[in-house]
Design a protein around this ligand. Structure first.
Ligand code: KG4
Ligand code: ZN
Length: 333
Protein backbone atom coordinates (compact mmCIF):
# COMPACT_ATOMS: atom_id res chain seq x y z
CA UNK A 1 0.00 0.00 0.00
CA UNK A 2 1.48 3.35 -1.08
CA UNK A 3 0.98 6.31 1.25
CA UNK A 4 1.64 9.94 0.39
CA UNK A 5 2.26 11.89 3.59
CA UNK A 6 2.47 15.59 4.33
CA UNK A 7 3.99 17.22 7.41
CA UNK A 8 3.83 20.93 8.31
CA UNK A 9 3.43 21.08 12.10
CA UNK A 10 6.40 23.35 12.85
CA UNK A 11 9.16 24.70 10.63
CA UNK A 12 9.67 21.87 8.15
CA UNK A 13 7.48 21.40 5.08
CA UNK A 14 7.81 17.72 4.20
CA UNK A 15 6.27 15.19 1.83
CA UNK A 16 7.04 11.53 1.35
CA UNK A 17 5.83 8.43 -0.44
CA UNK A 18 6.26 5.19 1.48
CA UNK A 19 5.26 1.71 0.42
CA UNK A 20 4.00 0.14 3.63
CA UNK A 21 3.58 -3.57 4.26
CA UNK A 22 5.76 -6.41 5.54
CA UNK A 23 9.00 -4.56 4.76
CA UNK A 24 8.29 -0.85 4.27
CA UNK A 25 10.17 1.03 1.55
CA UNK A 26 10.69 4.79 1.58
CA UNK A 27 10.23 5.79 -2.07
CA UNK A 28 10.86 9.48 -1.41
CA UNK A 29 11.37 11.69 1.63
CA UNK A 30 11.59 15.42 0.88
CA UNK A 31 12.11 17.93 3.69
CA UNK A 32 12.22 21.72 3.15
CA UNK A 33 13.52 23.30 6.32
CA UNK A 34 12.72 26.90 7.24
CA UNK A 35 15.55 27.06 9.79
CA UNK A 36 17.42 29.75 7.87
CA UNK A 37 14.33 32.01 7.88
CA UNK A 38 13.67 31.67 11.62
CA UNK A 39 17.35 31.88 12.65
CA UNK A 40 17.17 35.65 12.35
CA UNK A 41 14.64 35.70 15.21
CA UNK A 42 16.27 33.02 17.39
CA UNK A 43 13.20 30.77 17.23
CA UNK A 44 10.20 29.81 15.12
CA UNK A 45 7.87 32.72 14.27
CA UNK A 46 4.47 31.04 13.75
CA UNK A 47 3.03 33.44 11.17
CA UNK A 48 6.21 33.32 9.08
CA UNK A 49 6.17 29.51 9.33
CA UNK A 50 2.58 29.32 8.01
CA UNK A 51 3.40 31.54 5.06
CA UNK A 52 6.53 29.57 4.20
CA UNK A 53 4.51 26.31 4.32
CA UNK A 54 1.97 27.77 1.88
CA UNK A 55 4.76 28.66 -0.54
CA UNK A 56 6.44 25.25 -0.26
CA UNK A 57 3.76 22.60 0.19
CA UNK A 58 2.63 22.17 -3.39
CA UNK A 59 6.14 21.98 -4.87
CA UNK A 60 7.44 19.67 -2.16
CA UNK A 61 4.53 17.27 -2.68
CA UNK A 62 5.11 17.29 -6.44
CA UNK A 63 8.81 16.60 -5.79
CA UNK A 64 7.97 13.68 -3.47
CA UNK A 65 5.67 12.07 -6.04
CA UNK A 66 8.19 12.61 -8.84
CA UNK A 67 11.15 11.27 -6.83
CA UNK A 68 9.06 8.20 -5.91
CA UNK A 69 8.15 7.77 -9.57
CA UNK A 70 4.56 7.41 -8.40
CA UNK A 71 1.59 9.18 -10.00
CA UNK A 72 -1.27 10.25 -7.72
CA UNK A 73 -3.40 7.50 -9.28
CA UNK A 74 -1.17 4.91 -7.54
CA UNK A 75 -1.51 6.51 -4.09
CA UNK A 76 -3.79 4.50 -1.76
CA UNK A 77 -4.05 7.03 1.07
CA UNK A 78 -3.02 10.60 1.89
CA UNK A 79 -1.75 10.93 5.47
CA UNK A 80 -1.29 14.32 7.09
CA UNK A 81 -0.13 15.62 10.45
CA UNK A 82 -3.29 17.08 12.03
CA UNK A 83 -2.03 17.67 15.60
CA UNK A 84 -0.22 18.76 17.76
CA UNK A 85 1.79 21.74 16.51
CA UNK A 86 1.52 25.39 15.48
CA UNK A 87 -2.09 25.80 14.42
CA UNK A 88 -1.47 28.01 11.40
CA UNK A 89 1.30 25.70 10.19
CA UNK A 90 -0.80 22.56 10.65
CA UNK A 91 -3.75 24.10 8.80
CA UNK A 92 -1.64 24.50 5.66
CA UNK A 93 -0.81 20.79 5.46
CA UNK A 94 -4.28 19.67 6.51
CA UNK A 95 -6.09 21.82 3.95
CA UNK A 96 -3.68 20.86 1.20
CA UNK A 97 -4.05 17.14 1.99
CA UNK A 98 -7.82 17.46 2.23
CA UNK A 99 -8.07 19.04 -1.20
CA UNK A 100 -5.70 16.50 -2.75
CA UNK A 101 -7.58 13.55 -1.25
CA UNK A 102 -11.02 14.94 -2.12
CA UNK A 103 -10.15 15.91 -5.68
CA UNK A 104 -8.62 12.52 -6.40
CA UNK A 105 -11.00 10.29 -4.42
CA UNK A 106 -8.20 9.03 -2.13
CA UNK A 107 -8.79 8.19 1.57
CA UNK A 108 -7.54 10.89 3.97
CA UNK A 109 -5.77 9.85 7.20
CA UNK A 110 -5.10 12.35 10.02
CA UNK A 111 -1.95 11.57 11.99
CA UNK A 112 -0.75 12.68 15.42
CA UNK A 113 2.77 14.13 15.12
CA UNK A 114 4.08 12.51 18.32
CA UNK A 115 2.84 9.07 17.25
CA UNK A 116 4.48 9.70 13.88
CA UNK A 117 7.87 10.31 15.54
CA UNK A 118 7.53 6.89 17.18
CA UNK A 119 6.51 5.32 13.85
CA UNK A 120 9.89 6.28 12.36
CA UNK A 121 11.07 3.09 14.11
CA UNK A 122 8.86 0.98 11.79
CA UNK A 123 11.01 2.18 8.90
CA UNK A 124 14.18 0.66 10.37
CA UNK A 125 15.44 -2.88 9.81
CA UNK A 126 14.85 -3.54 13.49
CA UNK A 127 11.15 -2.52 13.36
CA UNK A 128 9.52 -3.06 16.76
CA UNK A 129 6.10 -4.63 17.22
CA UNK A 130 3.89 -3.42 20.09
CA UNK A 131 3.95 -3.65 23.03
CA UNK A 132 6.95 -1.36 23.50
CA UNK A 133 7.88 1.88 25.23
CA UNK A 134 8.50 5.03 23.24
CA UNK A 135 10.44 8.06 24.40
CA UNK A 136 9.68 11.08 22.24
CA UNK A 137 12.18 13.89 22.81
CA UNK A 138 11.71 16.89 20.55
CA UNK A 139 11.39 20.65 20.54
CA UNK A 140 7.84 20.36 21.87
CA UNK A 141 7.75 17.03 23.72
CA UNK A 142 9.52 14.90 26.28
CA UNK A 143 7.11 12.04 26.83
CA UNK A 144 7.25 8.34 27.61
CA UNK A 145 4.50 6.21 26.06
CA UNK A 146 3.44 2.64 26.62
CA UNK A 147 2.45 1.62 23.09
CA UNK A 148 0.14 -1.37 23.43
CA UNK A 149 -0.84 -1.54 19.78
CA UNK A 150 -0.05 0.58 16.74
CA UNK A 151 -2.78 3.10 17.55
CA UNK A 152 -2.97 2.91 21.35
CA UNK A 153 -0.50 5.17 23.17
CA UNK A 154 -0.69 5.63 26.94
CA UNK A 155 1.47 8.45 28.31
CA UNK A 156 3.22 7.17 31.43
CA UNK A 157 5.66 10.04 31.89
CA UNK A 158 6.15 13.56 30.52
CA UNK A 159 7.73 16.92 31.14
CA UNK A 160 5.63 19.17 33.31
CA UNK A 161 7.00 22.31 31.67
CA UNK A 162 9.64 22.76 28.95
CA UNK A 163 10.63 20.05 26.48
CA UNK A 164 14.20 18.72 26.30
CA UNK A 165 14.76 20.23 22.83
CA UNK A 166 13.46 23.58 23.99
CA UNK A 167 16.01 23.60 26.83
CA UNK A 168 18.84 22.77 24.39
CA UNK A 169 17.71 25.59 22.10
CA UNK A 170 17.14 28.25 24.80
CA UNK A 171 20.42 27.52 26.62
CA UNK A 172 22.20 27.35 23.26
CA UNK A 173 20.83 30.77 22.40
CA UNK A 174 22.30 32.33 25.57
CA UNK A 175 25.60 30.61 24.72
CA UNK A 176 25.48 32.45 21.39
CA UNK A 177 24.72 29.40 19.25
CA UNK A 178 22.56 29.69 16.14
CA UNK A 179 18.96 28.47 16.33
CA UNK A 180 18.26 25.59 16.79
CA UNK A 181 21.16 25.00 19.17
CA UNK A 182 20.67 21.26 19.79
CA UNK A 183 23.00 19.92 17.12
CA UNK A 184 25.77 22.43 17.94
CA UNK A 185 25.48 21.61 21.68
CA UNK A 186 25.91 17.96 20.72
CA UNK A 187 29.14 18.75 18.86
CA UNK A 188 30.54 21.02 21.60
CA UNK A 189 29.68 18.44 24.29
CA UNK A 190 31.89 15.92 22.49
CA UNK A 191 34.86 18.28 22.98
CA UNK A 192 34.37 19.05 26.68
CA UNK A 193 34.50 17.42 30.11
CA UNK A 194 31.19 16.52 31.69
CA UNK A 195 30.70 17.32 35.38
CA UNK A 196 32.72 20.55 35.18
CA UNK A 197 29.53 22.51 35.93
CA UNK A 198 26.98 21.19 38.45
CA UNK A 199 23.38 21.57 37.26
CA UNK A 200 20.03 20.38 38.71
CA UNK A 201 18.59 17.16 37.30
CA UNK A 202 15.42 17.43 35.18
CA UNK A 203 14.29 14.00 36.51
CA UNK A 204 11.60 14.59 39.16
CA UNK A 205 12.34 12.70 42.35
CA UNK A 206 8.70 12.10 43.32
CA UNK A 207 8.52 8.48 42.17
CA UNK A 208 6.84 9.49 38.88
CA UNK A 209 8.25 9.09 35.38
CA UNK A 210 7.97 12.85 34.87
CA UNK A 211 10.53 15.53 34.09
CA UNK A 212 10.90 19.26 34.64
CA UNK A 213 13.34 21.00 32.32
CA UNK A 214 12.57 24.59 33.29
CA UNK A 215 14.68 24.44 36.48
CA UNK A 216 17.64 23.07 34.56
CA UNK A 217 17.20 25.68 31.84
CA UNK A 218 17.05 28.56 34.36
CA UNK A 219 20.05 27.27 36.34
CA UNK A 220 22.06 26.86 33.14
CA UNK A 221 21.18 30.36 31.91
CA UNK A 222 21.93 31.87 35.36
CA UNK A 223 25.34 30.18 35.32
CA UNK A 224 26.09 31.65 31.89
CA UNK A 225 25.02 35.15 32.98
CA UNK A 226 27.02 34.96 36.23
CA UNK A 227 30.17 33.93 34.35
CA UNK A 228 29.67 36.78 31.93
CA UNK A 229 29.05 39.40 34.66
CA UNK A 230 32.01 38.28 36.77
CA UNK A 231 34.26 37.77 33.79
CA UNK A 232 34.95 34.18 34.94
CA UNK A 233 36.93 32.13 32.38
CA UNK A 234 34.43 29.85 30.75
CA UNK A 235 34.64 26.77 28.52
CA UNK A 236 31.67 26.37 26.18
CA UNK A 237 32.73 22.78 25.57
CA UNK A 238 32.78 21.84 29.28
CA UNK A 239 29.48 23.60 29.82
CA UNK A 240 27.83 21.82 26.86
CA UNK A 241 29.23 18.48 28.09
CA UNK A 242 27.91 19.08 31.63
CA UNK A 243 24.49 20.22 30.42
CA UNK A 244 24.18 17.28 28.04
CA UNK A 245 25.28 14.74 30.64
CA UNK A 246 22.69 16.10 33.10
CA UNK A 247 19.96 15.62 30.48
CA UNK A 248 21.15 12.17 29.38
CA UNK A 249 21.51 10.83 32.95
CA UNK A 250 17.99 12.02 33.84
CA UNK A 251 16.39 10.54 30.74
CA UNK A 252 18.26 7.26 31.10
CA UNK A 253 17.24 6.88 34.76
CA UNK A 254 13.55 7.45 33.94
CA UNK A 255 13.65 5.03 31.02
CA UNK A 256 15.24 2.31 33.15
CA UNK A 257 12.49 2.94 35.74
CA UNK A 258 9.84 2.77 33.00
CA UNK A 259 11.19 -0.61 31.84
CA UNK A 260 11.20 -1.92 35.42
CA UNK A 261 7.69 -0.61 36.17
CA UNK A 262 6.02 -1.90 33.02
CA UNK A 263 8.07 -5.06 32.43
CA UNK A 264 8.29 -3.97 28.75
CA UNK A 265 11.81 -4.44 27.47
CA UNK A 266 11.75 -2.87 23.99
CA UNK A 267 12.26 0.89 23.85
CA UNK A 268 12.05 3.30 20.90
CA UNK A 269 13.95 6.60 21.01
CA UNK A 270 12.31 9.18 18.74
CA UNK A 271 12.05 12.92 17.96
CA UNK A 272 14.58 15.57 17.00
CA UNK A 273 16.63 15.24 20.21
CA UNK A 274 16.96 11.49 19.46
CA UNK A 275 19.66 12.64 17.03
CA UNK A 276 21.86 13.58 20.01
CA UNK A 277 24.92 11.33 19.92
CA UNK A 278 25.43 11.41 23.70
CA UNK A 279 21.80 10.50 24.36
CA UNK A 280 21.97 7.66 21.84
CA UNK A 281 25.06 6.24 23.52
CA UNK A 282 24.05 6.88 27.15
CA UNK A 283 20.57 5.48 26.76
CA UNK A 284 21.82 2.41 24.85
CA UNK A 285 24.28 1.64 27.65
CA UNK A 286 21.78 2.17 30.47
CA UNK A 287 19.07 0.07 28.80
CA UNK A 288 21.49 -2.70 27.87
CA UNK A 289 22.45 -2.96 31.57
CA UNK A 290 18.74 -3.16 32.42
CA UNK A 291 18.31 -5.97 29.87
CA UNK A 292 16.25 -3.85 27.46
CA UNK A 293 16.60 -3.36 23.71
CA UNK A 294 16.81 0.18 22.27
CA UNK A 295 15.65 0.94 18.74
CA UNK A 296 16.78 4.25 17.26
CA UNK A 297 15.71 5.56 13.86
CA UNK A 298 18.56 6.88 11.68
CA UNK A 299 19.26 10.60 12.05
CA UNK A 300 17.39 11.36 8.81
CA UNK A 301 14.17 10.09 10.42
CA UNK A 302 14.61 11.71 13.87
CA UNK A 303 13.83 15.33 12.97
CA UNK A 304 10.53 16.29 11.41
CA UNK A 305 9.85 14.43 8.16
CA UNK A 306 6.86 12.98 6.33
CA UNK A 307 8.03 9.35 5.98
CA UNK A 308 7.27 8.85 9.67
CA UNK A 309 3.79 10.34 9.07
CA UNK A 310 3.23 7.81 6.29
CA UNK A 311 4.29 4.95 8.60
CA UNK A 312 1.85 5.95 11.34
CA UNK A 313 -0.78 6.81 8.72
CA UNK A 314 -0.67 3.22 7.47
CA UNK A 315 -1.60 1.84 10.88
CA UNK A 316 -4.25 4.54 11.45
CA UNK A 317 -5.73 3.60 8.07
CA UNK A 318 -5.78 -0.11 8.98
CA UNK A 319 -7.53 0.83 12.24
CA UNK A 320 -10.20 2.70 10.24
CA UNK A 321 -9.10 6.14 11.44
CA UNK A 322 -9.81 8.07 8.25
CA UNK A 323 -11.42 11.51 7.94
CA UNK A 324 -13.54 13.50 5.50
CA UNK A 325 -13.53 17.14 4.48
CA UNK A 326 -14.66 18.05 8.01
CA UNK A 327 -11.10 17.36 9.23
CA UNK A 328 -9.63 20.21 11.25
CA UNK A 329 -6.17 20.74 12.70
CA UNK A 330 -5.58 21.03 16.44
CA UNK A 331 -2.66 22.63 18.29
CA UNK A 332 -3.12 20.31 21.27
CA UNK A 333 -2.13 16.66 21.73
O1 KG4 B 1 11.26 16.64 16.27
P1 KG4 B 1 11.80 17.96 15.89
O2 KG4 B 1 12.48 18.09 14.55
O3 KG4 B 1 10.67 19.04 15.93
C1 KG4 B 1 9.66 19.01 16.90
O4 KG4 B 1 8.69 18.22 16.73
O5 KG4 B 1 9.84 19.76 17.90
O6 KG4 B 1 12.81 18.41 17.05
C2 KG4 B 1 13.53 19.60 16.98
C3 KG4 B 1 14.41 19.70 18.21
C4 KG4 B 1 15.09 21.06 18.35
O7 KG4 B 1 14.90 21.50 19.68
C5 KG4 B 1 16.57 20.75 18.08
O8 KG4 B 1 17.48 21.60 18.75
C6 KG4 B 1 16.66 19.34 18.61
O9 KG4 B 1 15.46 18.72 18.16
N1 KG4 B 1 17.84 18.62 18.11
C7 KG4 B 1 18.84 18.20 18.90
C8 KG4 B 1 19.81 17.60 18.07
N2 KG4 B 1 19.35 17.67 16.78
C9 KG4 B 1 18.13 18.30 16.83
N3 KG4 B 1 19.00 18.30 20.25
C10 KG4 B 1 20.12 17.78 20.78
N4 KG4 B 1 21.09 17.19 20.03
C11 KG4 B 1 20.98 17.08 18.68
N5 KG4 B 1 21.92 16.47 17.96
ZN1 ZN C 1 8.61 16.75 15.63
Amino acid sequence: MKILAIESSCDETAASVVEMGESPRILSNIVASQTEIHRLYGGVVPEIASRAHIEAVSGITYEALTAANTPLSEIDAVAVTANPGLIGALLVGVNFAKSLAYANGIPLVPVNHVRAHTAAAYLTEDAPKPPFLSLVVSGGHTSIYHVTDYTTFREIGATRDDAAGESFDKVGRVMGLCYPGGAEMDRLAGLGTAGAVKLPSPALSDGSLDFSFSGLKTAAINHLHTCEQRGTPFSREDFAASFTETVVTAIASKMVAAVEETGVSTVVLAGGVAANSHLRRGLSEALAKAGARLIMPPLSLCGDNAAMVAAQGYYEFLAGNTAGTELNASAAD
